[in-house]
Design a protein around this ligand. Structure first.
Ligand code: SF4
Ligand SMILES: [Zn+2]
Ligand SMILES: [Zn+2]
Length: 339
């Protein structure tokens, strides 16, 4: 026997365990969009005259954020920014989807290539990391550079708000990660709207999907036929610390539905106290690039310097070859040698 929607007699296509709710396609779409509208209004994301940049990787989250922003904020100017980290067989395909959305929505956009900005693609950076035995993992470099170049592009395009597609799962994982890794200063700077009132050069970030679970974002993208890339994960994602917290939170959510949203609510209740805590390193603008930093020179500029100084790569490997090298080095315990 098929299940029926809670709001009408149509067949239910979505069963949301926390609520619980059973929804048909149109009531699920209404429910999802309404939640994003409420989040946008409740946290006063935008003001009259704001120019909105949306960071679009081509995955479901950013594509949903872009399409909903276009719908919810019809009078605001919206532009798109895609960062091409340079990961063959992955990001190039995702960016194709991002461009399809830009074109469908008639949105101006910019694609920022990491290779052109810092002289190395992510693929080359991962290879240099292995060759030089740097302790950082791929996502550490990637995240730092993405943040910097999104901000730079948004500023150059004249935007004063930057929308990202972070969803409930991403945020719950980041809260746990920063908490368990003793990064309370970072925790204090998290939230659905991040702005620095006295540093106007930094474009305020807003996250309309902040309380939308990942699974529901995927369903919304599918039901609305938004072109998005969901073929495979990034080939360098296996070493990410985030995976540990994803697994932990997914298990907890399965046993106790509503865990992730409760975590977010607790965090938001604690946030005003966290903001009052005295942390080392006053937020300032990097003396080299002008991005937000807790030190005179930001982390991205320090990483860039190190990557440039590591020289050129003689023979470029594929992501699969790089991962195989990494596995070999872990098994043998020996460092990976050049060549
Ligand atoms: S998984 Fe890591 S390396 Fe891959 S795109 Fe995401 S942050 Fe970058
Ligand atoms: Zn219905
Ligand atoms: Zn800098």
């Amino acid at each position: 026997m098929c299940m029926r929607c809670d709001r009408c007699t149509n067949e239910a296509i979505a069963h949301l365990p926390h609520g619980p709710h059973l929804f048909c396609t149109s009531h699920f779409n209404y429910f999802f969009e309404h939640r994003v509208r409420t989040m946008t209004r409740m946290h006063a994301f935008f003001e009259k005259g704001d120019k909105i940049a949306v960071a679009v990787s081509g995955g479901k989250d950013s594509v949903v954020a872009l399409n909903l922003m276009r719908k919810i904020m019809p009078r605001h100017e919206i532009v798109g920014i895609s960062i091409d980290e340079g990961i063959d067989g992955y990001r190039n395909l995702a960016i194709e989807k991002a461009v399809e959305n830009y074109k469908q929505l008639d949105i101006n956009y910019q694609i920022v290539k990491l290779k052109e900005e810092i002289g190395s693609s992510m693929q080359e950076i991962v290879q240099k990391t292995h060759e030089n035995q740097w302790k950082e993992n791929s996502c550490t470099f990637c995240g730092v550079f993405r943040r910097k170049y999104l901000n730079k592009a948004a500023r150059e395009m004249g935007a004063n708000k930057l929308v990202t597609g972070h969803n409930l799962d991403d945020e719950a994982q980041s809260i746990c990660m920063n908490f368990f890794m003793d990064r309370v200063d970072k925790l204090s700077r998290m939230g659905p709207k991040i702005e620095t009132k006295n540093l106007k050069e930094w474009v305020a970030r807003v996250k309309p999907l902040y309380n939308s679970p990942e699974e529901e974002v995927e369903l919304f993208a599918q039901l609305n036929h938004y072109p998005h890339y969901n073929e495979k994960c990034c080939p360098f994602s296996h070493g990410a610390d985030r995976n540990i917290y994803r697994m932990m939170l997914d298990q907890m959510e399965m046993k106790k539905p509503g865990t992730k949203i409760s975590l977010i609510h607790s965090f938001l209740s604690m946030k005003p106290c966290l903001e009052q805590m005295p942390f080392d390193g006053k937020l300032q603008l990097c003396t080299r690039c002008g991005d937000l930093s807790s030190q005179p020179v930001c982390q991205a500029c320090k990483y860039e310097e190190r990557i440039r100084n590591a020289g050129k790569i003689e023979k470029m490997l594929t992501p699969e070859q790089i991962n195989a090298m990494e596995k070999m080095s872990k098994t043998s315990g020996l460092p990976i040698l050049n060549g």
